[in-house]
Design a protein around this ligand. Structure first.
Ligand code: RFL
Ligand code: PHB
Length: 389
């Protein structure tokens, strides 16, 4: 039987970042990922990093590319009634965010892991957890047709929403909170210059739209779509026409279109599993919680979980086990605040299918109040740049 101090299940940003930080602390961790590296890098997801996430990536020693290619943003636009209103994050909070794609961050982390020769198994099938409630956890998996077994001190469940770790916990030990929204986001990635140098969040009767970016030459756009929509039914031309219809005329006129590199639909949900620790099993990132992407919080929450878990494990191996006891409560306190913000921004900006005129007027009144009130704008800005951890 193999041996490791920590087995990390999942090679997305949570698992890779945790692995990098643990290596810095001299903790021996094996990482098991179900898919190939190419598959993991093919998923186009987050684009906005909070300052605290940027700092953690620097602490992990993998910031070179992010620091040279990432785009610091001091603000974004909220758009409604055909008008754009700038939210000056830096003036309101003294902080900014960094636009840097999850794909790039994941690639940087994979590269660093490989360079450091850290044990990683891609295409690890049938991962199963045992003994996490006792003192001797074990993880089994199949690779290249052979079953392997690793004994360890701790298991880090970084295996996303559909992973095996949360699913291994008996239902009576875990409380799940969930809200499913009646729409999804259709995303498109293209090598065209962004329509604006900052992000634009658009509320429109036809549905929400978001203009984001990956670089000065690569754009990421999203359209609120129906849950019945299929990517195959959206030609690139149809996407660009719909985006132009939801933008103010001046912005639509300067929208540069081009062939898509990727198009996908993501359903929106809010989800929290409590607690986030079960004996020697920890959940981190999307394995424990999901936010709708409107507030750009998912990856950043994964980063704060990882920071807490790293601190707890690092302290444990230096003789102080109290961090392990407190991990779940610490993480959940930040998780719920980000859940609240993401839920709030989602219900403020989207068109709900059964929304009556009253709800529509409430959205409108709240947006008008927001742009006229420095206090309300500051509350928005301090959540968007990220609460401290
Ligand atoms: P991931 O990225 O899902 O990675 C989990 C990994 O675990 C593997 N796995 C297994 N491995 C072994 N055995 C098993 N049984 C396994 N089961 C699963 C999977 O293959 C996968 O590689 O979770 P992680 O690491 O916690 O990272 C979370 C983030 O990916 C997620 O929160 C963000 O992408 C959310 N998100 C955003 N977050 C932000 O902070 N800012 C944003 O701007 C932002 N935009 C977004 C987003 C998510 C989106 N989608 C598609 C959901 C935009 C979108 C459209
Ligand atoms: C993205 O660039 O993918 C992105 C940006 C901001 C969000 C969500 C997604 O709120």
């Amino acid at each position: 039987m193999e041996r490791a101090q920590v087995v990390i299940v999942g090679g997305g940003p949570s698992g890779l970042l945790l692995g990098q930080l643990l290596a810095r602390s001299g903790v021996d961790a094996v990482l098991l990922e179900r898919h190939t590296p190419e598959y993991v890098l093919g998923r186009i997801r987050a684009g906005v990093l909070e300052q605290t996430t940027v700092d953690l990536v620097r602490q992990a020693g993998v910031a070179d590319h992010m620091d040279s290619a990432g785009l610091p943003h001091d603000g974004f636009d909220l758009c409604f009634d055909g008008q754009r209103h700038r939210v000056d994050l830096h003036a309101l909070t003294g902080r900014r965010v960094m636009v840097y794609g999850q794909t790039d961050l994941t690639r940087d982390l994979m590269h660093a892991r490989q360079q450091a020769g850290l044990r990683t198994v891609y295409e690890a099938e049938d991962v199963a957890l045992e003994g996490w409630d006792g003192t001797q956890p074990r993880v089994t998996y199949v690779h290249a047709g052979q079953r392997h077994e690793i004994s360890c001190d701790f298991i880090a469940g970084c295996d996303g929403f559909h992973g095996v770790c949360r699913a291994s916990v008996p239902t009576e030990r875990i409380k799940l909170h969930e809200k499913v929204y009646p729409f999804g986001w259709l995303g498109l990635l293209a090598d065209v210059p962004p329509v604006s140098h900052e992000l634009i969040y658009v509320r429109h009767e036809r549905g929400f739209a978001l203009c984001s970016q990956r670089s000065r030459t690569r754009s990421r756009y999203y359209l609120q779509c129906s849950l019945q929509d299929r990517v195959e039914n959206w030609s690139d031309d149809a996407f660009w026409a719909e985006m132009a219809a939801r933008l103010p005329a001046a912005s639509a006129a300067s929208l540069v279109t081009g062939p898509s590199l990727e198009k996908s639909i993501a359903p929106l949900r809010s989800f929290v599993a409590e607690p986030m620790r079960f004996g020697r099993l920890f959940l981190a990132g999307d394995a424990a919680h999901i936010v709708p992407p409107t507030g750009a919080k998912g990856l950043n929450l994964a980063a704060s979980d990882v920071a807490y878990l790293w601190e707890a494990l690092d302290a444990h191996y230096r003789g102080d086990g109290s961090g392990i006891e407190h991990y779940s409560a610490r993480a959940l306190s930040r998780v719920w605040k980000a859940e609240r913000f993401s839920w709030w921004m989602t219900q403020l900006m989207h068109h709900f299918p059964d929304q009556g005129s009253f709800a529509e007027r409430m959205q409108h009144a709240e947006l008008e109040y927001l742009i006229g009130s420095p206090a309300a704008l500051t509350a928005l800005a301090e959540n968007y740049v990220g609460l401290p951890f």
